[in-house]
Structure formats: structure tokens, C-alpha cells
Design a protein around this ligand. Structure first.
Ligand code: EPZ
Length: 418
């Protein structure tokens, strides 16, 4: 077990190198199972979710290993279509592998991923989409069993623009017979990145980002070296850190387009933000003003993965705000922890009602999930006095070298074994 010990109050100054996007690397690792070609994914962060996905690929018989900052995958020796329940529960995103395993083996078996720290996380849209491609699905003793004679392209309308369901269906459709059209598909930039990767190994995918994705089945796939997009959620987390602590922070290799909804809110708060090519500079000198409301929505709306971070910021702005979480049922678990630090915040149903206070007071708080845990770190950095954040393994799932990057721009934070 480890914790962060933070002494708050330092302004943040400097440049931050943003990691490759966790939510792009994970589906790409699943996609690598589709091909017998060699795949190298470049500059992959050493985070737990990626490590667990690599472990699953190895259990499936693939060769998969880190080589420095890259991951090398060779799935030609893959010989298993069952994902062990322990690893499936450890990593919800293993559900993406259904599409690849069915495409490769015509069979797949995975434990029901179930809910997690932020909500019920159903997979009905994944399964209904796969059924439309000809997959027979049965659920038995907590497992999802899939089999099919062959995969046949079809038109699929998603009830809601689910990121994971869009990705799973894309993977299953890559080598199906004929074309597949996914309507009401998720528009997240990570979907476009997956399309780019799939086409790099020889697939024929188009329309990602538009809401309608078209996959024309192909017979053979090959190799590629692939640089995933940057992690827009890590970038947003560092921008909010700078907004909360004050100072001036520059992000490298970050597309402002991918987090324009956050930049809009931060400018409304009173931050000075300049974007040039793939750099974003945020400068904050005076106390920030609240924004009336923040509503999380599917892309290009405000990202649910930045909801906790912006709520922490709003807790120390002048004025009142309402933050509404429209995607996940229980994504306010960090709120009682912020109240321990002096936040004036009340959650009613899916909305958090925030009254800004001057500053957080240092306290000992507990991380309950990945993004909520990151928000507590930001609150500690901006707080008066000393804070401790416990259960930081949640944060290690998605942020590589988090404390090193924060220290490099002036944050007083250390990882301590308990
Ligand atoms: C992806 O999760 C991300 N994870 C999440 O990031 C992110 O919060 C989410 O997309 C939304 O942007 C990865 O990419 C690995 P969804 P996913 O399917 O695919 C409902 C993080 O912190 N739904 O788009 O699971 C669901 O209940 C993580 O990095 C169904 O009803 O999200 C939710 O309300 C957290 N049936 C909504 O769709 C389904 O079959 C959005 O979920 C699937 C989803």
C-alpha cells in the first residue's frame, strides 16, 4: 500500500510531457490480437490498466512485452479465447477483447465485467451489436459465452454512443464478410485513433468521429509501428492543476481540439489560455470565478473523465456552480473526501451543488476511483497545509509518473509506502 504526502500552496510552473492516451492504448492492445503481424505501440505509459491488458494478452498466448517505452505484440501464437475472471474483473476494458477473440477464434469467453467504482457499467450494447454480426451469445454462471460460424457485416444502431461498444463492434467487424455500419457511434478522439491503427494494419475503416463508422471486411491484416494520440484526460488534469494552484504550465503534444469543452470552461473561470500547434499554455494569476454549470456529455461535450477535477476547481472559485454527471451513476464518491478538506458541496441525485470557499485545508483523504483520486491530489496541491491521499493504486491505473511530473513543475508531493 502507498499514499501521497502533499504540502499545498506552491504555484506550478513549467512544461509537462503528456503520455499516450490510456483509453486509446487499451482498445489498440485488444486490436493487436486481430493480426498475426508484429505490432509496436510507441511511448506507452507504465500504468496498471495497460500492465493488466498485457498480462491478459500473454494469457491468451500472445507475445507481449514492454521494450523501453514501447510495447511489442505478436499474436501469431495466440491459442486461447477465454479471459480469466480475475483479470477480467481487474480490468473492465478487457470486454473490448470480445470482438478480437470472436474474429480470431469464432469463440470467446469472458467473466461478466460487472459494475465498478463509478457505476453499473452494463455491456448490453456490446452484446447486441455482436449479435447483429451473427454471434450467438449465452450467459452462464457469470460468464459471457460467444460463438459463431462466421461474422457477417450488418447495420447496427447504438441506443447510446457507447465508446466501448463502438470499439468492440469495430474490432469484430474488421474481418467480417461484407460491410458493417455503426450508427450513433461514439465520436471520441480515441475512436478515430483506433480507426487509424486498424487501417495501419490493413483494415478498411472510415467515418470515426462522425457518429457513423463504416467497416468493410478484409481478409488479411499486417504489422505496424503506431504512435497513439496523447492522453487528453491527463492533459486536462494538469490544466486544472495549474488553474487551482496558479502559475503557468505548458503542455506538449496536446491537441486543444480534443479538450475544447474544458478550455471553454477554464477561460470562463478566468484562466488565460494560449494554444499554438500542439502546445497549450495556461496562466492563472488572480482568484477564479465559478461557472454556472458543468454537464458531462458524450464527446464533444464535457468529458465525464474530467468531472471530478473541474469540481475540485469549482470548490475554490468565487461563486456557486452545479456539476451534473449524466453518464455514470456513482461518480461523486470523491465529494465526501473534498468536504474533509473544507469544500462546501452537496450531491443530490446526479448533481453536485458547489459553493466556492477561499481555499482547501489540508487533510487525510481516500481515493475511491481513478479520476476522483486525481482530483484529491489537485485539491491537496492547492490546499493550505499538509494532505495525505490514501489508496493511490486507483490513480496508478491511469497516470504514469504522476508525482514526478507534478514535482517537476513545483508540486510538493511524495509517494510514501505505508
Ligand atoms: C470509456 O468507458 C472510457 N474507458 C471511460 O474512461 C469513459 O469514462 C467512458 O468511455 C465515457 O467516455 C475506456 O475507454 C477504457 P461507455 P466505457 O460505454 O466504454 C452506458 C477512465 O476514467 N452503456 O461510453 O465503459 C454506460 O452505462 C474511464 O479513463 C450502456 O448502457 O463507457 C454509460 O452510462 C472511466 N450499455 C454510457 O453508456 C453498454 O453496453 C457511457 O459508457 C455500454 C455502455
Amino acid at each position: 500500500m502507498e499514499k501521497y504526502v502533499i504540502n499545498g500552496g506552491n504555484k506550478l510552473y513549467g512544461r509537462v510531457k503528456i503520455q499516450s492516451a490510456k483509453n486509446s492504448v487499451l482498445p489498440i492492445l485488444a486490436a493487436a490480437v486481430l493480426t498475426d503481424g508484429k505490432v509496436r505501440i510507441l511511448n506507452v505509459p507504465h500504468i496498471t490498466d495497460v500492465g493488466n491488458m498485457v498480462k491478459i494478452l500473454i494469457r491468451l498466448g500472445c507475445k507481449a512485452e514492454y521494450s523501453g517505452e514501447d510495447i511489442l505484440i505478436d499474436s501469431s501464437s495466440a491459442n486461447c479465447f477465454e479471459i480469466p475472471s480475475g483479470l477480467a474483473h481487474e480490468l473492465r476494458s478487457s470486454i473490448f477483447l470480445l470482438g478480437s477473440l470472436i474474429s480470431r477464434f469464432r469463440m470467446a469467453k469472458i467473466a461478466f465485467p460487472g459494475g465498478c467504482d463509478i457505476g453499473l457499467r452494463p455491456v448490453d450494447l456490446h452484446l447486441n451489436g455482436l449479435k447483429r454480426l451473427g454471434v450467438e451469445i449465452t450467459e452462464k454462471n457469470g460468464y459471457i459465452l460467444c460463438k459463431c460460424e462466421k461474422l457477417t457485416g450488418n447495420e447496427i444502431m447504438l441506443d447510446c454512443p457507447s465508446v466501448g461498444a463502438t470499439e468492440n463492434i469495430m474490432l469484430a467487424a474488421v474481418k467480417a464478410e461484407g460491410a458493417t455500419v455503426i450508427k450513433n457511434a461514439a465520436r471520441e478522439p480515441e475512436i478515430e485513433d483506433l480507426q487509424k491503427f486498424l487501417n495501419a494494419i490493413g483494415a478498411k475503416v472510415s467515418g470515426a468521429g462522425s457518429g457513423t463508422v463504416v467497416i468493410e471486411g478484409v481478409k488479411n491484416l499486417g504489422s505496424t509501428d503506431f504512435q497513439p494520440m496523447n492522453d487528453r484526460i491527463e492533459a486536462g488534469t494538469f490544466l486544472v492543476a495549474a488553474a487551482m494552484c496558479g502559475g503557468e504550465v505548458e503542455l506538449e503534444r496536446t491537441s486543444s481540439e480534443n479538450i475544447s469543452s474544458l478550455l471553454h470552461k477554464l477561460r470562463e473561470n478566468g484562466c488565460n489560455i494560449h494554444t499554438k500547434n500542439d502546445k497549450i499554455v495556461l496562466e492563472r494569476s488572480r482568484r477564479l470565478m465559478s461557472v454556472k454549470s458543468v454537464e458531462t456529455q458524450p464527446y464533444p461535450g464535457f468529458p465525464t473523465d474530467l468531472q471530478a477535477q473541474i469540481t475540485a476547481l469549482l470548490c475554490i472559485c468565487k461563486g456557486q456552480s452545479i456539476v451534473t454527471e449524466n453518464l455514470f451513476e456513482t461518480r461523486f464518491k470523491y465529494v465526501p473526501e473534498l468536504r474533509k478538506m473544507g469544500a462546501d458541496i452537496t450531491v443530490i441525485n446526479r448533481s453536485a451543488f458547489v459553493r466556492g470557499v477561499e481555499r482547501f485545508k489540508g487533510a487525510t483523504v481516500i481515493a475511491h476511483d481513478l479520476r476522483g483520486g486525481a482530483a484529491l491530489v489537485l485539491a491537496g496541491l492547492a490546499a493550505e497545509g499538509r494532505s495525505e491521499v490514501l489508496d493511490i493504486s486507483h490513480i496508478d491505473r491511469g497516470y504514469g509518473s504522476f508525482e514526478y511530473k507534478l514535482r517537476a513543475i513545483g508540486g510538493d508531493i511524495a509517494r510514501v509506502a505505508i
